[in-house]
Write a protein that binds this ligand. Structure first.
Ligand code: 57M
Length: 359
């Protein structure tokens, strides 16, 4: 909105010309989202506590988690609010992709909200049934895939990291591919969100990485120089990524160990779907497996654990899945698990950035 209100003033005062620059608006979108979370956080924590929206903790997990029962949850509502306000303030609202990412973020937040509401407020310990949750995710993801597919001049080729001449064209199959990326990322972040700051940390890192990918993909000269897909208009998504990173930092202020608030499914499902959608729009879909490699590792640990359990009639690979619980049960303190997983996430994001040159 500020772009539309203030940039035209540059004809009278040249200083307003700065609102044309995506870098400027990305920085201030990030700071705006951070400040909204940082300033509203204490009030939200008090509000959730007063509303008795405290985390129900299953007793079959690590015993160290039992003391977490009652921690205010559904903090994802604050994250989504701050990202949405900041994006509406700082982006060019005529940009088609901006509305797609806002649609997914709020839509998946709604699915998580329903799940949290049933679990935390109605005390139905399972929340939405797996079937209904997946069905809602699939519908939203397919609609998003179609919206991206019909966007002007959108390429249905997928980018294979390290191989610039290998980009298979999926045609309308891209809609299903995009939906799978969104659903997979949403659930991967959801599974990862099991320790204080464990999901929001790598989310901030992935948002920062995709901030760069969105900027270069939307800049025709840089995209051509790097020989990556030019996606007209994806530069505005860099501003959205800035808002995500800033919001994540603001939430981490309160979610850091020992957490004063959890994001809830409203947060984890929404943030995962948002990152997945950004990966699709910026044409860095496969690379998401590297940028969000920690989410992939956590999800694979569950898949292997459940698969091995079924194949061997009850034996386990890990002491407990997802992987963060395995290390907790090995005796690592929670902060040590969290920070070490962040270090891995940073390393993977740096490697993913190198693929812009290694092609
Ligand atoms: C999402 N939710 C956390 C919090 C957060 C198939 C299986 C892998 C499913 C998985 C599962 O239940 N996943 C649900 C993980 C939960 O966090 C809440 O959920 C929101 C995210 N969706 O925002 O509201 C607990 O995580 C802890 N937590 C923190 N700090 C945070 O900042 O400490 C969360 C955020 C919270 C809190 O204790 O209560 C969760 O862990 O449920 N199941 C599991 O992850 C379970 N693993 C398991 O069953 N493993 C089996 C098989 C299935 C692989 C095995 O290894 O044999 C573990 N989780 C629980 N109990 N709760 C272990 C058992």
């Amino acid at each position: 909105m500020l772009y539309h209100l203030l940039y035209p003033l540059h004809k009278t005062l040249s200083v307003f010309n700065v609102f044309r620059y995506i870098t400027f608006r990305t920085i201030y979108a990030s700071l705006t989202a951070f400040l909204i979370c940082f300033l509203l956080g204490p009030w939200v924590i008090r509000k959730l506590s007063n509303m008795q929206i405290g985390q129900y903790v299953r007793d079959d997990g690590p015993q160290t988690h039992l003391k977490k029962a009652g921690t205010p949850t559904m903090g994802g509502t604050l994250i989504i609010f701050s990202i949405t306000v900041s994006t509406l303030l700082w982006t060019n609202l005529t940009n088609y992709f901006v509305w797609i990412v806002l649609f997914v973020t709020v839509g998946y937040g709604g699915i998580g909200f329903m799940d949290d509401y049933l679990m935390q407020i109605k005390k139905q310990s399972k929340g939405l049934t797996v079937r209904n949750k997946f069905l809602l995710q699939a519908i939203l993801a397919m609609v998003t895939g179609i919206l991206v597919y019909v966007s002007p001049d959108f390429s249905t080729r997928i980018t294979i990291p390290f191989f610039k001449n290998l980009s298979p064209d999926l045609g309308w199959g891209y809609i299903l591919f995009a939906a799978l990326v969104i659903i997979g990322t949403s659930n991967a972040v959801n599974i990862t969100d099991g320790l204080d700051g464990l999901a929001i940390g790598p989310f901030i890192i992935a948002s920062a990485a995709y901030m760069v990918f969105a900027y270069v993909a939307g800049h025709v000269k840089i995209a051509n120089y790097l020989q990556i897909n030019y996606v007209a208009g994806s530069g505005e998504i860099a501003i959205f990524c800035g808002a995500m990173a800033g919001s994540g930092l603001g939430f981490l202020w309160f979610n850091s160990y020992p957490a004063q608030i959890f994001m809830g499914d409203v947060g984890s499902l929404s943030l995962g779907a948002a990152i997945g959608t950004v990966a699709v729009i910026t044409k860095q879909e496969i690379l998401l497996a590297l940028v969000g490699g920690l989410f992939v590792i956590e999800t694979l640990s569950v898949i292997f654990q459940v698969g091995f359990f079924k194949m061997t009639n009850g034996r386990r690979i890990f002491r407990m899945a997802p992987l963060h619980h395995h290390f907790e049960l090995k005796g690592w303190s929670e902060p040590k698990v969290i920070v070490r997983f962040w270090i891995i996430a940073i390393a993977l994001a740096l490697i993913s950035m190198s693929t812009l040159k290694l092609r």
